[in-house]
Design a binder for this molecule. Structure first.
Ligand code: GLU
Length: 308
């Protein structure tokens, strides 16, 4: 930890509050979520969602789709402590966020409504194993596509692109970006993330690891660490929750391409999701606006890449 610190002088950069409870923009989007053999679309079960629940969907040659059909429900791995992206409200028990809605949109395109979805929170370090074990049908949670992960699983997407950043105390004027980090700084991140790996490889800072980023943010607020590092889209969500005490600093220093984690080699399922993304630009936009539009997170829908 650095000793000298100006306290109380800074109010932090103003970040608009996340529209966590905002209703959707109402953009109906199109219904073309099929990959050639999806059937008619039916009632959404909810008037506020920009997607519709498909009926009569089949995906030939997809072990994942067969497992979902046999179970009669979709089991999805998510994060639940990342406001704006994947968040479980401890009071209302409601799940919100860009990733959670992307996950719901995929389920709806497969023919499954909210009451046929089982969400399960899985931390960064355990994602590949959960997919390999078949504990989940797919994972949507700030999950960067990397070559190392593609050895173990496959990805659909990318559906979003962000970059690694730094979150510090609002009164910290010594950490201004990645290149300002010194061996005196303690930087916290999640085990198994690209973020912890990069900060170890590319900076002299000391590191601290937890399962979750929210644990790191608690340490930052308590003065136990000097910075939290992960994707800027995640950090902006934490800063928006406590703008008087936290701020995001510096330029991003990586490119993180978010994919949907699926069973390795299930190309039929991968193509189904990729076609959904390609055809569903209006739906993607409505999901983005609803969850991240007011947050200061910028982004446009990236083109999918058949990343096998
Ligand atoms: N996107 C990065 C990763 O997949 C960091 C965020 C996370 O841990 O989910 O490792």
């Amino acid at each position: 930890m650095r000793k000298s610190r100006i306290t109380g002088a800074f109010t932090g950069i103003a970040i608009a509050a996340l529209a966590l409870a905002a209703c959707s923009s109402g953009t109906p989007g199109d219904d073309s979520t099929s990959s050639g053999d999806a059937g008619d679309t039916g009632d959404t079960g909810s008037t506020s969602n920009p997607w519709t629940v498909a009926t009569g969907v089949t995906i030939d040659g997809s072990p994942t789709f067969d497992a979902i059909t046999a179970a009669g429900k979709v089991t999805i791995g998510v994060k639940e402590d990342q406001p704006g992206l994947g968040y479980l409200d401890p009071v209302t028990n409601e799940r919100t966020g860009f990733d959670v809605d992307i996950a719901r949109w995929i389920a709806a395109s497969l023919g499954y409504d909210e009451d046929q979805i089982e969400f399960t929170a899985i931390p960064s370090a355990n994602r590949e194993q959960a997919i390999i074990n078949g504990d989940i049908d797919y994972y949507v949670g700030t999950y960067s596509i990397t070559d190392a992960r593609k050895e173990l699983i496959s990805f659909a997407g990318p559906y979003f692109i962000t970059g690694q950043g730094l979150l510090v105390a609002a009164d910290n004027d010594s950490i201004t970006g990645k290149d300002s980090l010194t061996a005196d700084d303690i930087v916290c991140s999640a085990t198994g993330s690209t973020s912890i790996q990069r900060i170890k490889e590319e900076t002299p800072a000391q590191t601290k690891e937890y399962d979750t980023y929210s644990a790191c943010v608690e340490d930052l607020k308590n003065g136990q660490v000097d910075a939290v590092t992960t994707d800027e889209a995640i950090l902006i969500g934490y800063a928006a929750q406590d703008p008087d005490n936290l701020k995001v600093v510096g330029d991003v220093f990586s490119e993180e391409r978010y994919g949907v984690g699926i069973t390795k080699g299930d190309t039929a399922f991968q193509e189904f999701i990729n076609t959904m993304f390609t055809d569903g630009g209006d739906i993607w936009q409505a999901i983005f606006e609803k969850n991240l539009g007011a947050s200061g997170v910028t982004g446009t829908q990236p083109a999918v890449d058949p990343v096998e």
